[in-house]
Design a protein around this ligand. Structure first.
Ligand code: NAP
Length: 295
C-alpha cells in the first residue's frame, strides 16, 4: 500500500485524511500543522497517522497532500524540500482552486511529480463532509502522471474528476465565485430594488424564493438558453428601456449590474431564437447607451 502524509490539516485535510485512511487505499504516516495540538486533534479525527511537531520530524512518504491554507502552500513546499524527506519519485499535491500546481515547482526540481486536485465543495464541517463527499466534482491539473494518479486516488474515495487547463485556473476558479458568491450578491441587489418598491427585507426574500428556486431548477433541468425568460427573452425593448431609465436615476451601480448581466442575457436570447432581431437590436442599443455622452 502507498503511504501519504498531510501538511496542514484543517477542514479539508481532516476530511480527505479520514476518507483515504478509511478506504484503505493509502496508509497515513505524518500529520503536520502549525501547532502540535491541532496535529494531534487531526490525527484523533482521522483515526490514524502520527502528529509531527515540525518539518524535521517528517518521514518519507509516497504522497504529500498539502492541505494548508493557500498562502502557506509555497512556504510549506519550500520547507518540505529543505526537510530531506521528499523522495525523487514522490507525489506532491495541493487542493487549492485559486493556485495552480506550478506553486509546487521546488518539489519538481527535486524530481517529485506535482499536481493539484480542487474539490468543488464547501468543507465547513469535516464530519459532515466525510459523509457527503461521494459524488464531489474535483478539478485536476499538473504533471500528466501525477494528475492521473491523483485522479484515480480521488475517484477511489468517491470523487468525480475533471481536467482543468492550468493556464486559466484563476478564471476557472472565478466560475465558482460567480456561481456562489456573486449570485448571493446579486440576490442582495434584488432585495434592495424590491425595497425601493416598498417591500421590507423579509417580504422581499419570501417573494423572491419561488422565483429564484424555479429559475435555478430550470437552468439545471434545461440549460441557460431554455431557462431565460422575461423582457430580454421576449425582445421587449420598451420594458428594458423603462427599467434602465429608472435604475440610472435611482442607483448607477445597480444600473451597471443590470447592463452587464443583460448583455449576457441578450446573447442567450439570440441563441434561444424566440425574440425578433429588431427588438434585440433595440435592447443592444439601450444597453450600450450609458448616458455619459449626454452631459
Ligand atoms: N474549505 C473549503 O471549503 C475548501 C474547498 C476547496 C478547497 N479548499 C482548499 O483547501 C485548503 C485548506 O483549506 P481549509 O479550509 O481546510 O483550511 P483550514 O481549515 O484553515 O486549515 C488549514 C490548515 O493548515 C495549517 N497550516 C497553516 N499554515 C501552516 C504552515 N505554515 N505549516 C503547516 N500547517 C499550516 C493549519 O494549521 P493549524 O491547525 O495549526 O492552524 C490548519 O491545520 C486550501 O488550499 C483551500 O483553498 C478549501
Amino acid at each position: 500500500m502507498k503511504t501519504f502524509s498531510i501538511i496542514g490539516c484543517g477542514a479539508v485535510g481532516r476530511t480527505l485524511g479520514r476518507l483515504f485512511h478509511e478506504s484503505g487505499v493509502l496508509e497515513l504516516k505524518d500529520v503536520l500543522t502549525r501547532s502540535e495540538a491541532t496535529a494531534r486533534a487531526a490525527v484523533a479525527f482521522i483515526g490514524g497517522g502520527r502528529p509531527a511537531a515540525g518539518f524535521a520530524q517528517l518521514g518519507p512518504a509516497d504522497l504529500y497532500l498539502i492541505t494548508c491554507s493557500d498562502d502557506a502552500i509555497a512556504p510549506c513546499v519550500r520547507e518540505l524540500c529543505a526537510s530531506g524527506a521528499l523522495g525523487a519519485q514522490a507525489l506532491v499535491c495541493h487542493v487549492s482552486g485559486a493556485l495552480g500546481s506550478e506553486v509546487l515547482h521546488p518539489a519538481t526540481q527535486l524530481g517529485a511529480l506535482v499536481a493539484s486536485v480542487h474539490p468543488v465543495k464547501s468543507f465547513a464541517d469535516p464530519a459532515a463532509a466525510v459523509g457527503d463527499f461521494a459524488g464531489t466534482w474535483c478539478g485536476v491539473e499538473g504533471d500528466r502522471r501525477a494528475a492521473e494518479q491523483m485522479g484515480e486516488l480521488f475517484e477511489s474515495i468517491g470523487a468525480r474528476v475533471f481536467s482543468i487547463d492550468p493556464r486559466f485556473k484563476a478564471i476557472y476558479h472565478a466560475g465558482s465565485v460567480l456561481a456562489c458568491n456573486c449570485l448571493t450578491a446579486l440576490l442582495e441587489v434584488s432585495v434592495t430594488a424590491y425595497g425601493k418598491g416598498g417591500l421590507d427585507r423579509e417580504t422581499a426574500l419570501q417573494v423572491m424564493e419561488p422565483l429564484v428556486r424555479g429559475t435555478v431548477e430550470n437552468v439545471f433541468r434545461s440549460g441557460t438558453v431554455a431557462a431565460l425568460t422575461g423582457p430580454i427573452a421576449r425582445g421587449d425593448a420598451a420594458v428594458v428601456g423603462r427599467q434602465l431609465r429608472a435604475l440610472d436615476a435611482w442607483d448607477p451601480e445597480v444600473a451597471l449590474v443590470y447592463r452587464s448581466l443583460s448583455a449576457v442575457a441578450l446573447e442567450l436570447s439570440r441563441r434561444r431564437g424566440q425574440a425578433g432581431e429588431e427588438g434585440l437590436e433595440s435592447i443592444e442599443a439601450l444597453l450600450a447607451d450609458t448616458g455619459e455622452d449626454d452631459a
